[in-house]
Design a protein around this ligand. Sequence first.
Ligand code: ARG
Length: 450
Amino acid sequence: MWKGRFAKATADLVQQYGESISYDWRLYKHDIAGSIAHARAQVKAGLLTDAEFAAIETGLRAIEQEIDAGAFDFSIELEDIHMNIESALTDRIGAPGAKLHTARSRNDQVATDTRLYCREEIDTLTAHLTELQGALLQQADQHAAAVIPGYTHLQRGQPVTVGHHLLAYVEMIDRDKSRLADCRQRVNVSPLGSGALAGSTINLDRQQIADELGFNRVTTNSMDAISDRDYIAELLFDIALVGTHLSRLSEDLILWCSSEFGFATLSDAHTTGSSLMPQKKNPDVCELTRGKTGRLYGNLIALLTAAKGLPLTYNRDLQEDKEPLFDSIDTLKLALKVNTEMIADMAINVDTCLAAASDPLLLATDLADYLVKNGVPFRQAHELVGQAVAVSVQTNTPLDQLDLTQVSEHYGADAKDVFDLQTALAARTNPGAPSVGNVRAEVARWKKSL
Ligand code: ARG
């Protein structure tokens, strides 16, 4: 494409080192859509005749179909998807193909393609996130009333329900979706027409191109437009944070599926065995999700690092944006799909959950609240209950079996009533708290909003 100025061909190793066609080929549909919009604007500017435009459009569509069918011959000598397509077009239709690149650079072209790609993938990820929320919601609905211990420091804290626990993830995923929607606003801007860095002496109708490609608006600084990769960094961060959420969910499920917890059982279809230990049923999907989160973080850091030292405007370092982006998108899409399926098929062992939640120590805080309701200042109530817990532990007597009236005059005969799990849960009616009524109301709200 630049042979005019050079006396020697590019070295093989340089071609190998610099090619991006092996991965950016997947931008082809966006590249072709961008080229057709660009060509249409050239018609409006009087640079192409209707017949030339028709030849370009037909030629590009034929190339698209060939790539769809896996029949297109990509060449690393042509470095990237943009030059592969342009060169194939000119081979096929001649002169009109050679006019296509007027008032355009690969710099604004690659920025356009990548934005179109990100926009499409944001929509796909959002749909997958909604499906995962749906699977969690269905389990939360079924187990809205299944009591389970809630933990802090991985020590039993207070009773909650499985529904409440799972809805916590529905909330996280909703914030993920809103972050993606916010990112989409900044993704959906048209850089085409920014040229290499300084626009062009040939003015095409940028707004027309943006409208055709479904962009919200055009970029307003050509130098920023072609060197901006913020939207990719944002998307990679949003994906990394989804990874954090999925990884935490994975860790919960790994614990729940252990013999020590026994709260949940994953389907045989979503677990694996051991080549040596015949009894094993391993939660590999959860472990892989937890592990792959590391890649998602790595991809974000790779892009931030590649961009941080670059003077304006385009530098070839920016070609390093695509592999992390593609990897994070691919990794997350599959993670969301497999986790959705796995959660939909998961069984909750409600009896085991209830047995674990029936430890009376989980209601020690409720006992302190009881004392508060009898006029004891909370700090003193906390200490009194702490003393009772110490006696319970020392004498190996469950807290609800102690004669509390012996421990302090502040306990009445009704202190024992505190240890009714259903009453304890039912009392937690404040917004966001896990009374079964609240959890059911939240399930209903989510069902409506999803
Ligand atoms: N393959 C390149 C990339 O992905 C396309 C842009 C090349 N621009 C340039 N000035 N060499 O970044």
